[in-house]
Structure formats: C-alpha cells, structure tokens
Design a protein around this ligand. Structure first.
Ligand code: MN
Length: 248
C-alpha cells in the first residue's frame, strides 16, 4: 500500500450494531458484509452499539459523515402503538432507542442516512410510521419474503420510482433483490415516500421527501450483493459515498 493511499482523508460512517448473548458474555455484533461494502465504496465504518444514553446521538454524528442503520431484530411495536403480534421475533429496546435518537438527529442536521432491512423499518417508525409485524400472518396474499433461499440469492423483483434517488443510484427502474425479512413498512411516516415495491405490493424502498436530506431505506440486503455481476447494489453504496463527498 502506498503512502499516498494511507494519508487519503477518510469519510466515516456510523454503523449501528446489536448486542447478543454469546455463552457467558453479552457481545456487540455486526455482520462483516456491511464493513466490506462500505470499505469497497471508499468509506470508513465506525461501529455504534446500542447505548444507554440517547444524548450520545449528537456526539456520534459530530464525529462522522454518514449514518448506516443495519439489519437485525424486530422493532418493538409499542413504538408505533401496537400490541406485539404472536409472530413477533426478538426485540432490542436499547437498540431501538439508540437508533431512533440517531435518525432524529440525522434528520435535524441532514446527515446522509442509509437504512437496510431493519434500517428501513426503524427509520419509518422513528418518523411516525408503522410496520407489518409479520407478512405471512398479516399480508397473506404476499409472497414469502424470507423463504430461506440464501443471503446472496435474488429471489424477487422490485419496481422503482423512476424519479427517485434510489433508481438513480441503482441505475435501473426494475431489478431483482435478495429477501430476508418477515416484516415491512405498513403506514409510511410523514416526510417519507415509497420508492420501491415488490410485485405483491410490499414496500421495498422509501426515501425522505426533504431534498436536503439524503435518506434512503431499502428492505433487501445490498451489502450481501456487492460482488454480484449486476452493479445495482454497488451503485447504492457508491451513491451514499458520493453524498458524503458532496457534503460541505
Ligand atoms: Mn422482500
């Protein structure tokens, strides 16, 4: 590696992680695919675990150029005024609180924000929307969006709004995506609009109405597809990186 490459200033991204019990120890966990996708886009990931103090959100965003909300647990439905459905999976209240504080602070200061899987869901809940708690139970006409076909298999098509930032980033208005979710956006939050859907009508992408806030959420896992022959998912990370470079 040349010296010139080492001294290149890095653009940093706060990447949310989770906590999980691992034998006798509670550990911070993040799938390495997020780290690799960000590094491949020229970005430096800084991992942010669930924290006990929501005031940390401002300090975190002072220190980074962008925010990436990653996949994981279900969002607690109490946050959108619903009782838990029997098919609700694990929740992590500390993670919900930490991520919601980060999203609201990012919205306030227009920090470029990308949400993936749980990320699109928690952005929607943070801004006042709701979720389908279990697609098979609550939207039975929809296809299976978690059919076990693997993290790197494109299982269903999506159609993108041609006027969206998402379509520009992906470079297409139709593409195929992987699918590893049993929840999805139900009522879209004020300040967001749908920019991608699967053929069964499930929301697969949203973005902020505010043109000064680059905030995109996707229901699939583009970080697992950056080695794919199709450039769609790399395009999403490249567009995120371009936003960080463009920020004053
Ligand atoms: Mn899907």
């Amino acid at each position: 590696m040349s010296l010139a490459r080492k001294v290149r200033p890095g653009l940093t991204v706060a990447v949310t992680a989770t906590t999980r019990q691992d034998d006798d120890s509670r550990r911070v966990r993040l799938a390495a695919s997020y780290v690799e996708a960000l590094e491949n886009a020229g970005l430096v990931p800084l991992i942010v675990p669930p924290l006990s103090d929501t005031h940390a959100a401002a300090a975190i965003l002072d220190a980074v150029d962008g925010l990436l909300l990653t996949g994981g647990e279900d969002v607690n439905p109490a946050l959108f005024g619903e009782e838990p459905h029997p098919r609700l999976k694990t929740v992590n209240d500390q993670r919900d609180v930490t991520e919601i504080a980060l999203i609201l602070e990012a919205q306030r200061r227009k920090t470029p924000t990308l949400g993936i899987c749980r990320g699109i869901q928690v952005i929607n809940v943070a801004l006042g929307g709701s979720l389908i708690q279990d697609i098979p139970a609550q939207s039975p006409a929809a296809r299976d969006h978690d059919d076990g076909s693997g993290r790197q298999t494109r299982t269903h098509e999506i159609t993108l709004d041609p006027a969206s930032r998402m379509a520009a980033a992906i470079g297409a208005t139709k593409c195929k995506v992987n699918s590893l979710h049993h929840q999805s956006v139900k009522e879209v939050a004020p300040g967001l609009h749908v920019t991608a859907r699967s053929p069964d009508g499930i929301v697969e992408g949203v973005e902020a109405d505010d043109r000064d806030w680059w905030a995109l959420g996707v229901q699939w896992h583009p970080e697992e597809m950056t080695d794919s022959p199709e450039a769609w998912d790399r395009g999403l990370f490249r567009a995120f990186a371009d936003q960080l470079k463009a920020k004053p």
